[in-house]
Design a protein around this ligand. Structure first.
Ligand code: SAM
Length: 244
């Protein structure tokens, strides 16, 4: 049996009791980066053996893990953060298991895009998760294909690409499209910046360096502008405002 076990996206308290039990009881934990996961496992006193499974060894390693699953092993898959299979190498192993008729059980738990979307203030009744935009080939085509999307759009992005992505999105969707950057969710410096694609671009372009992990939430074409939405400036809310 393969268990997909979500792990915290920052705050180590964000893990379910069931996830901890499964991690204790399985025969093996396949980790994206064993050093990253060691911190979590040590924190919870989990001594289950680990092995690495990541984007650079997924084809070879999936074969090995499938062999062990067929022999009756119970394996948990965890990634550096969040739910395995969401914008990470988990998908490859899940598909390989299904092709081999092996059962896959996904535990519910942390994933970065859900708290970003939920706290964004943009419509959540219908949304589309786009993950990472292509960095080069196919990027423009994807942007054009999404420009008329009526649902709220959710993207993952690396901090060093945020300014370029906001600029590209503003050019493709229009400067005034409402958007939110959710940064460092569940961590000490968690912050949500609300504005338009252009005001957010200007705001982040003025920062010497953007740190941390982030999710970008962008209004769809169906969004009826909220009179309270900060359109002419960026409004930043922090979970832990720095003391004066
Ligand atoms: N599997 C993960 C999930 O369930 O969300 C996503 C893995 S993907 C490789 C990593 C991306 O998730 C980051 O580049 C960032 O966009 C987003 N992310 C992860 N942790 C985050 C956090 N604490 N705050 C904001 N975004 C985060």
């Amino acid at each position: 049996m393969l268990y997909l076990v979500p792990t915290p996206i920052g705050n180590l308290e964000d893990i379910t009791l069931r996830a901890l039990r499964v991690l204790r009881e399985v025969d093996l934990i396949a980790c994206e980066d064993t050093r990253v996961s060691a911190r979590l496992l040590k924190h919870y006193g989990i001594t289950t053996p680990t092995t690495s499974y990541h984007a650079h060894n997924e084809a070879r390693k999936a074969l090995e893990l499938i062999g062990r699953l067929k022999a009756g092993s119970r394996i948990a898959l965890i990634t550096d953060a969040g739910t395995p299979g969401i914008s990470d190498p988990g998908f490859f192993l899940v598909r390989a298991c299904i092709q081999q008729g092996l059962p896959v059980v996904a535990l519910p738990g942390p994933t970065a895009f859900v708290p970003a979307l939920a706290a964004s203030g943009l419509p959540t009744d219908r949304f589309v998760f786009e993950g990472f935009l292509p960095s080069k080939k196919g990027r423009q085509k994807r942007l054009m294909a999404l420009a008329e999307e009526p649902r709220t759009l959710v993207f993952y992005e690396a901090p060093h690409r945020l300014v370029k992505t906001l600029d590209d999105l503003a050019q493709a969707f229009g400067d005034s499209r409402a958007a939110v950057v959710a940064r460092e969710l569940t961590k000490t410096f968690e912050e949500l910046a609300r504005g338009t694609l252009r005001t957010l671009h200007t705001y982040y372009a003025a920062q010497p360096r953007i740190r941390g992990e982030l999710v970008l939430v962008v209004a769809g074409t169906d969004y009826k502008s909220d009179p309270h939405w900060p359109c002419d400036r960026v409004q930043v809310t922090a979970a832990f405002p720095p003391t004066p």
